[in-house]
Design a binder for this molecule. Structure first.
Ligand code: GLN
Length: 276
């Protein structure tokens, strides 16, 4: 069978479980061929189907996310390694990078950046690409992410001062040795405990990166009051939020003594809060 025909068949098969069946099939085919999708579309349509493709399609038909099958995901123009154990970076989270860029537009760029609950390292590495002179620290409580984030640091920040530390903000004294920063980024778990998620997410992505108590607010309640010690005097913290959480998180932050701004994502849903 030729690539073109296999793509048509796979698109039909995947349409039962995916809203992006054709795209999924193309990305998996390009991965099986070992070429970029654009190159495949231009040059490979009449090639024989590589042996690995069928297995990739079967996995996708079982709801496994494309990014876990290919082992990579683009975020803010960076190609990142991803694997089960680390949340797959979402385009929505790029809102936090744009918000950070704007927050420092009229002043000196941040010299130090902290990413709490870094997962694949997406937020930190994207911020490091915007602020190339900064030093960076990524933290996560999950040992499963360590090899993934270290790979991404090596890939994108060679020769720069970027490190990773295991740290769990639910533990006492967890932040004692971290220091203080000009910019803190955080995409904490914020999904309500009883939320019904897509099986792509609920069956494959790490629950500890998603769920945060009955209202999805548990991690904000723990973290935001601690931002005083993690931020330098003029520092800025940017937290991702769920679309319905702007008011609740703003209230937590105001109670903790911060000035608060909300930013929308490309779909115009509230997506991050900026604390000063
Ligand atoms: N945006 C993610 C989702 O809806 C949730 C990420 C998170 O909890 N930080 O799947």
């Amino acid at each position: 069978m030729k690539v073109a025909e296999a793509l048509r068949e796979a698109s039909t098969q995947l349409a039962a479980t995916s809203d992006t069946a054709r795209l999924d099939a193309e990305v998996l085919m390009a991965h099986a061929l070992g070429v970029l999708r654009s190159e495949m579309l231009l040059r490979c349509m009449m090639d024989p189907v590589p042996a690995a493709f069928g297995g990739f399609v079967e996995r996708r038909a079982e709801h496994e996310p494309v990014a876990y099958i290919t082992g990579e995901q683009e975020f803010y123009g960076l190609n990142l390694a991803v694997a089960p154990g680390a949340l797959i970076p979402r385009g929505d989270s790029e809102t936090l990078i744009e918000a950070s860029r704007k927050a420092f537009a009229d002043r000196d760029p941040p010299e130090s950046i902290l990413d709490l609950g870094t997962g694949s390292g997406a937020l930190l590495l994207a911020a490091m690409s915007v602020f190339p002179e900064a030093t960076g620290l990524a933290t996560d409580r999950s040992p499963a992410v360590e090899s993934i984030v270290r790979r991404n640091i090596a890939r994108h920040c060679e020769g720069r001062t970027v490190s990773f530390e295991l740290a769990d903000w639910h533990q006492l004294d967890w932040a004692d040795a971290l220091g203080s920063f000009d910019l803190v980024l955080c995409n904490p778990p914020y999904v309500k405990a009883d939320a019904a998620l897509d099986p792509d997410v609920s069956e494959y992505e790490p629950a500890e990166a998603l769920f945060a108590g009955p209202e999805g607010l548990d991690d904000y309640r723990v973290l935001i009051p601690q931002m005083h010690r993690l931020l330098n005097l003029e520092g800025v913290a940017v937290f991702e939020i769920g679309a319905s959480q702007a008011e609740s998180v703003a209230q937590i932050a105001q109670t903790a003594g911060f000035a608060v701004e909300i930013r929308q994502d490309l779909a115009n849903r509230p997506r991050c809060v900026i604390l000063r």
